[in-house]
Design a protein around this ligand. Structure first.
Ligand SMILES: *Cc1c(COP(=O)(O)O)cnc(C)c1O
Length: 419
């Protein structure tokens, strides 16, 4: 598409790789193989086995409109970003992938594409604080209404749907920081019946452990800052749209189609919150090792959860892999592992703060999903923005992002901090 005029961007010109690289067909390969190879064929010019960082804003045209590989301007399309977008599309089993400068930029772009003033969103009552802030405090003043509900109860979701007005059901599973589990297939049926778009924030589970599109989601959202990037060195976001997914019933897309992917492609270019080439490259590097990292995150988190649950001085441990977790059966059905996040109640806000101050390997920091273990107090850190709302979290809740260090060292660190 041309940035200089108002012509309609198409997927082929903005995100789809078919015309960008002669990539192999990896569709029948396993997850780890696709994460390493999909969209990432050796560089055609040099044979470089890693996709280069195309740190460039514009592309020489062979005569007016004579674009090489469809590239014209790097907001609209960039080869490094396109490689990441194809890798993410393949990882989630979707029809089109889009990379953004942050998870919230991805969310903002999606919501602009699917909502209009007067529309209504059903969302988790323990959603990520930034998602809640975006929907309530940015989209709210533009006339979008929302209802927080317990997503682990499909009947509560059904009751919250306003026929004709609810256009989005926004699902997080497991949730942050209370690790609630929602039944994606059950909610997909409710969304389809309502003509609404089912969005699943798959940041905590990752596509390695959970495939929301196969369970009926229309679009998957990621903060790639977390597990996909995996090394706490880059902020990014992504959308993967299911093949054939449509806009909410009754909404005409900006490109003359009702395809959700076309609307997202248009808005990605029109609003422009794209991932830069270096950030795309770092994120792709992280994705290549996602499978092996997640195996270790899951094993270490299971050990930490069991260790905490065995202690008398920890009133409650929340981990979907524990049989004591209310969502354990649903999680076991729709996830291939239970992830690397563990939350627990310390008994009092004072004790929670002391524990956070005492750990040595678990670093006191926001964010999650990196190779290093982190500890935090959601009520005063990541979820400070939801204090006083329906989404307020208990003040003695401690959240652990269990990294991939040696299990014995992690357990010893927690033991000395709890003592
Ligand atoms: C961090 C996070 C986001 C927001 O992503 P950013 O990259 O920080 O903008 C959204 N959802 C979940 C579940 C997150 O953990």
């Amino acid at each position: 598409m041309s940035d200089a005029n108002d012509s309609t961007p198409t997927l082929a010109a903005t995100g789809d790789l078919d015309q960008h690289t002669d990539h192999g067909d990896w569709s029948s390969a396993g997850f780890a193989t696709r994460a390493i190879h999909a969209g990432q064929d050796p560089d055609a010019a040099t044979g470089a086995v890693v996709t280069p960082i195309y740190q460039v804003s514009t592309y020489k045209q062979d005569g007016v409109g004579g674009l090489r590989g469809g590239y014209e301007y790097s907001r609209s399309g960039n080869p490094t970003r396109a490689a990441l977008e194809e890798a993410l599309r393949s990882a989630e089993g979707g029809g089109a992938g889009f990379a953004f400068s942050s998870g919230l930029a991805a969310e903002d772009t999606l919501l602009r594409a699917v909502l209009r003033p007067g529309d209504h969103v059903v969302m988790a009552n323990d959603a990520y604080g930034g998602t809640y802030r975006l929907i309530a405090r940015v989209f709210g003043p533009w006339g979008v209404e929302h209802t927080p509900v317990d997503l682990s109860d499909p009947d509560a979701v059904l009751a919250a749907i306003r026929p004709g007005q609810t256009k989005v059901i926004w699902v997080e599973t497991p949730t942050n920081p209370l690790l609630g589990v929602a039944d994606i297939a059950a909610l997909a049926a409710h969304a389809a019946a309502a003509g609404a778009v089912l969005v699943v924030d798959n940041t905590f589970a990752t596509p390695y452990l959970q495939q929301p599109i196969a369970l009926g989601a229309d679009v998957v959202v990621h903060s790639t800052t977390k597990y996909i990037g995996g090394h706490s060195d880059v902020v990014g976001g992504a959308l993967v749209v299911a093949d054939g997914a449509q806009l909410p019933v009754g909404l005409d897309g900006p490109t003359g189609t009702t395809a959700l992917a076309d609307a997202v492609a248009f808005h990605q270019n029109a609003s422009g919150a794209v991932a830069g080439p270096f950030d795309s490259w770092l994120t792709m590097r992280g994705l290549k090792t996602l499978a092996v990292r997640m195996d270790r995150h899951c094993a270490n988190a299971a050990a930490v959860a069991a260790f905490l649950e065995a202690r008398d001085d920890v009133p409650q441990v929340i981990y979907p892999g524990l049989e004591s977790h209310a969502g354990h059966e649903v999680a076991a059905r729709q996830m291939s592992g239970f992830g690397g996040m563990v939350s627990f109640r310390a008994g009092s806000a004072e004790r929670a703060e002391q524990i956070c101050a005492r750990t040595k390997i678990f670093l006191l920091a926001e964010s999650l999903g990196g190779v290093e273990s982190l500890i935090e107090l959601p009520a005063r850190m990541t979820h400070g923005s939801v204090v006083g709302t329906d989404l307020e979290v208990p003040d003695d809740l401690v959240r652990l992002s269990v990294g991939i260090e040696d299990e014995a060292d992690l357990l010893a660190d927690l033991a000395q901090a709890l003592a």
